[in-house]
Design a protein around this ligand. Structure first.
Ligand SMILES: Nc1nc2c(ncn2[C@@H]2O[C@H](COP(=O)(O)OP(=O)(O)OP(=O)(O)O)[C@@H](O)[C@H]2O)c(=O)[nH]1
Length: 205
């Protein structure tokens, strides 16, 4: 882990609500061990690591949304910090990975959708796109989901992507971090990295 943000140009960030399995996923991606399943919302600062199979920085941003025992103003501050971090580093962030709980995400989104309310996950997805950062949604805990395609179609729809979800496999990556099956996420991230390398190459012509 690094104390402050290392001076590297290529970065992938991980964002997500509390308890979606971000630490479990980080362990799979980096080989480091992290505290998992402890009290939610323990991480309050960005943590930087090396992505083992690629030459870039992977940053675990603090979880946002509901955290039991954490006061509202602290939660708000964490979210503001996360947003600010992404804005300030947007030029270097190659991909934003939004981690969601595949079993719970639809209910959570629907519960928080209203006239004056945009659910955090939907908001974050839109925010990354607004900043021109390719977003990949790591739909975690798929081992708990029976009606897989139906769920993923529903999620696509909530994010403004027209089903069937399979059209968006660079954006929606069903995974199970706990079981170590994260292939779709690695493939989606690589897709965006290569696309950007290609764009960079074309700039010379
Ligand atoms: N069934 C299942 N459970 C998972 C999976 N990934 C993580 N979990 C469980 O979900 C719980 C939360 O996982 P964490 O990795 O601690 O989640 P987190 O997002 O880091 O949580 P915070 O520390 O609150 O930000 C733990 O009990 C994990 O074992 C998965 O793929 N499938």
């Amino acid at each position: 882990m690094f104390e402050t943000r290392p001076d590297r140009d290529a970065e992938v960030v991980l964002v997500g609500r509390s308890n979606v399995g971000k630490s479990t996923l980080m362990r799979e991606l980096t080989g480091h061990s992290f505290e998992t399943g402890g009290s939610p919302g323990v991480t309050t600062e960005p943590n930087h690591y090396d992505w083992t199979s690629e030459d870039f920085l992977i940053t675990d941003l603090p979880g946002f949304g509901f955290m039991s025992g954490v006061p509202e103003d602290v939660r708000e501050r964490i979210k503001t910090d996360v947003v600010r971090y992404i804005e300030e580093n947007a030029g270097k962030i190659l991909v934003g990975v939004l981690v969601v709980d595949g079993k719970a995400v639809i209910d959570i989104i629907d519960r928080h959708s209203g006239e004056r309310e945009v659910p955090h996950d939907v908001e974050m997805f839109g925010f990354l796109q607004e900043l021109g950062i390719p977003a990949v949604v790591a739909v975690n805990k798929m081992d708990k989901v029976d009606d897989r395609d139906e769920r993923l179609d529903e999620l696509a729809e909530r994010l403004g992507l027209y089903p069937p979800w399979q059209q968006f496999d660079e954006t929606l990556a069903p995974i199970s971090a706990k079981r170590g099956s994260i292939g779709p996420l690695e493939a989606a991230v690589r897709h965006h990295l290569h696309e950007q390398q290609r764009d960079d190459l074309f700039k010379f012509f």
